[in-house]
Write a protein that binds this ligand. Structure first.
Ligand code: SF4
Length: 188
């Protein structure tokens, strides 16, 4: 059985329509604010119910995620452009937790929907997944989907199921909502 880290329901749809032998792992403490996290989790729960899949929500601890990002990066996280170093650290955090959870809960194979996004550094994600697989004695699954076709399929299926599709990646640094960013600046 595949232990599948899921970043959001729309990204999971093209995989779960083809493969039912999996457990969905929603581990995304990068998402801010918490209401947005709950909204995305609810959408995945909807999909799990429709397709009769099991879902395991990971712990939501945004402060821990933020501390990790700050510890790994010189300077302020908001000074990094999206898809640059900050995002690579974010992938590392979520992937390592996924591999660790898979290992300690008896799974042999893991994967992530992050590796199917045309917006992400898929090469880095798959290489890092492979390194973690070696570290924990697991298999890391890659997908041979065409990323553009996959994106179109995700759009079609989310429309069909009337799913919420977020307008930003997840963290406060990617959130176009100026209020959130102002709050962040004040708290520094
Ligand atoms: S933009 Fe997305 S991938 Fe990058 S750090 Fe924020 S949540 Fe993580």
């Amino acid at each position: 059985m595949l232990f599948l880290h899921v970043c959001c329901a729309p990204c999971a749809l093209p995989i779960v329509e083809k493969n039912k032998d999996l457990i969905l792992y929603f581990f995304n403490p990068n998402i801010y604010p918490e209401e947005e996290y709950s909204k995305r989790l609810k959408e995945l729960e909807k999909v799990a119910l429709i397709l009769n899949l099991k879902i395991h929500p990971g712990e939501y601890n945004h402060s821990q995620w933020l501390s990790f990002i700050k510890k790994e990066l010189p300077g302020k996280p908001q000074d990094y452009k999206e898809n640059k170093e900050r995002c690579l650290v974010c992938f590392k955090f979520r992937l390592e937790q996924t591999a660790l959870f898979a290992k300690t809960h008896g799974f042999n194979e893991f994967a992530t929907t992050l590796s199917l996004s045309r917006y992400k550094d898929v090469k880095f994600i798959n290489e890092y997944g492979g390194l973690l697989a070696k570290k924990y004695g697991l298999r890391y699954k890659t997908f041979s989907f065409d990323l553009e076709k996959n994106h179109q399929r995700s759009l079609e299926l989310s429309k069909k199921l009337n799913l919420y599709r977020q307008k930003y990646c997840g963290c406060e640094f990617s959130n176009p909502n100026k209020m959130t960013y102002k709050k962040l600046k004040k708290s520094e």
